[in-house]
Design a protein around this ligand. Structure first.
Ligand code: T3D
Length: 261
């Protein structure tokens, strides 16, 4: 059984984490396959959006802990190797992909699994799903960008509570806190998330990629430099075929047909 499932339909590359007996925890094979799928999403022009989800009752439980020989008394493990080789490149790939990524959180998202979900562009969660910064329960700190996105999304007080207490945050609360875009009924999660991904796949892909850059880069920018960045990115957007199509469609009072160029 492959540890991920990949399918392409209507411009959407759907990646399903597929180790359900381990709540889709990551091992090196899964990392390698996700990496390959995201490289494909970058390279193939036909792919205009990505949908990430999990098989079974969980979304992803982070690192597969059964791969770690870290009993008391055993030799210490240098986790910077795993973070530097796997988790950081994954988060950079998700954030840097110039195409929108919808994450359908179908169940518990724990440890790096929670922060990988939060690294996606639009996070939709099933009502029964939850988010757990499980790290401190095993003596670690939030990784995969958790210490960066959490305070920015929910403020320092809530980020600190989530990280120190490692309690499950139910999806409805995550929506109220502004951690995720939307919480929906379990039965409609996949229909809603894939509908959204298909809608994005039919949109002006170039502009979506530039929007990702502008929003994500804003966190480290002053207003002055963000205004400059907007000017430069708008210049690029204005050169796109989809911009010309968008304006023509508006003036002709018809729906635009975007080609993603
Ligand atoms: O090491 C490095 O490379 C550094 C990077 C670290 C990144 C990280 O992600 S560190 C954090 C790792 N993840 C966790 O600490 C979460 C561990 N899991 C849990 O706390 C709980 O399983 C959940 C809160 C996610 C869900 O709880 P629950 O009660 O719904 O399910 P469960 O019964 O605990 O788990 C179901 C099965 O999945 C179970 O297996 P079994 O007993 O049925 O054979 C459980 O062992 C397995 N499982 C869950 N999480 C993991 C896992 N197996 C391996 N690794 C896991 N992370």
């Amino acid at each position: 059984m492959s540890s991920i499932l990949v399918s392409l339909d209507a411009g959407v590359l759907c990646i399903t984490l597929n180790r359900p007996d381990k709540l889709n925890a990551f091992n090196p094979e899964m990392h390698a396959l996700v990496r390959k799928a995201l490289e494909r999403a970058l390279d193939e022009q036909e792919i205009r959006a990505v949908l990430l989800t999990g098989a079974g009752r969980g979304f992803c439980a982070g690192q597969d802990l059964s791969e770690r020989e870290v009993k008391p008394g055993a030799a210490p493990v240098d986790l910077s190797v795993s973070i530097g080789s796997y988790y950081n490149p994954l988060v950079r790939r998700l954030r840097g992909l110039p195409k929108p990524i919808v994450c359908a959180v179908n169940g518990v998202a724990a440890g790096a699994g929670a922060n990988i979900a939060l690294a996606c562009d639009i996070v939709m969660a099933a009502r029964s799903a939850s988010f757990v910064q499980a790290f401190s329960k095993i003596g670690l700190i939030p990784d995969s960008g958790g210490t960066y996105v959490l305070p920015r999304l929910v403020g320092t007080a809530r980020a600190m509570g989530l990280a120190l207490l490692a309690e499950k945050l139910p999806a409805e609360e995550a929506e109220r806190w502004g951690l995720v875009w939307k919480c929906v009924d379990d039965a409609s999660l996949m229909a809603e998330a894939s509908g959204l991904a298909r809608r994005l796949a039919a949109g002006p892909t170039k502009s979506y990629g530039l929007i990702k850059r502008a929003i994500y880069e804003s966190a480290g920018n002053s207003l002055e430099s963000q205004l400059d960045l907007e000017r430069d990115l708008q210049r690029e957007a204005g050169f796109s075929e989809d911009y010309r199509e968008g304006v023509s469609a508006f003036l002709q009072k018809r729906e635009p047909t975007y080609k993603g160029r």
